[in-house]
Write a protein that binds this ligand. Structure first.
Ligand code: SAH
Length: 193
């Protein structure tokens, strides 16, 4: 069961990259007119990468840290697979909806439009919702306390460093349009938060 959880997690991670890759290529071709990336943003991305990818991958490949292993459970692996599938579905939908407005860091692109429909009609940060779902999936799939929980810790730090700044940047760019949008949406969990 431990191995099955690991295999599902690796498949999910590969799926994540397959979804993102074409957007990274396309994003390079759209002019950035806003600001440049800051050290805090890059640190946030590095921490997210460590928690959601590097640390769990290290455990999957080397078994380290062995002492944090616990017995894997079928129910947990099943729920984890469902959560990862949901994360990938949301992740793909946000890329399609943001289209040319997507950036890995906080940037305003040429002809930037405020997207406020589809998933963006429910929450302002559905891509971060997909990261949270991924972190939950990791915790359910990987039967090791460190490798399992590092994603939730990495997500929390990334989110804390980024979301306030992102909303300030969007307010500066879109003004009342974004203010109205904030009034009718939540941040990452529909109807709740
Ligand atoms: N926080 C969003 C987007 C993440 S990608 C989410 O979780 O889904 C980050 C980039 O998306 C930022 O550079 C910003 O310019 C852009 N962005 C964020 N919200 C947006 C929106 N509602 N419409 C258009 N672009 C948006």
């Amino acid at each position: 069961m431990e191995l099955i959880g690991q295999v599902i997690w690796v498949i999910g991670l590969v799926g994540w990259y397959i979804i993102r890759f074409p957007f990274e290529r396309r994003a390079k071709r759209v002019q950035v007119v806003g600001r440049t990336r800051t050290a805090t943003e890059l640190a946030g991305l590095a921490i997210a990468g460590a928690g959601l990818m590097a640390i769990p991958l290290l455990w999957v490949v080397t078994g380290w840290p062995h002492r944090a292993d616990y017995p894997a459970q079928l129910w947990s692996v099943v729920l984890g697979a469902v959560a990862f599938a949901a994360a990938l579905w949301v992740f793909r939908a946000t890329h399609k909806e943001l289209g040319k407005n997507w950036s890995i860091t906080l940037e305003i692109r040429d002809a930037h439009k405020l997207v406020d429909s589809g998933l963006y009609g429910y929450v302002r940060h559905p891509m971060y919702t997909s990261f949270l779902l991924m972190a939950v999936a990791q915790a359910l799939l990987l039967s090791n306390w460190v490798a399992g929980l590092s994603g939730l810790v990495g997500f929390a730090i990334f989110y804390g460093l980024r979301v306030g700044k992102e909303e300030r940047m969007m307010l500066e760019t879109f003004g009342p349009e974004y203010r109205d949008y904030m009034a009718r949406t939540k941040r990452i969990i529909p109807y709740l938060y």
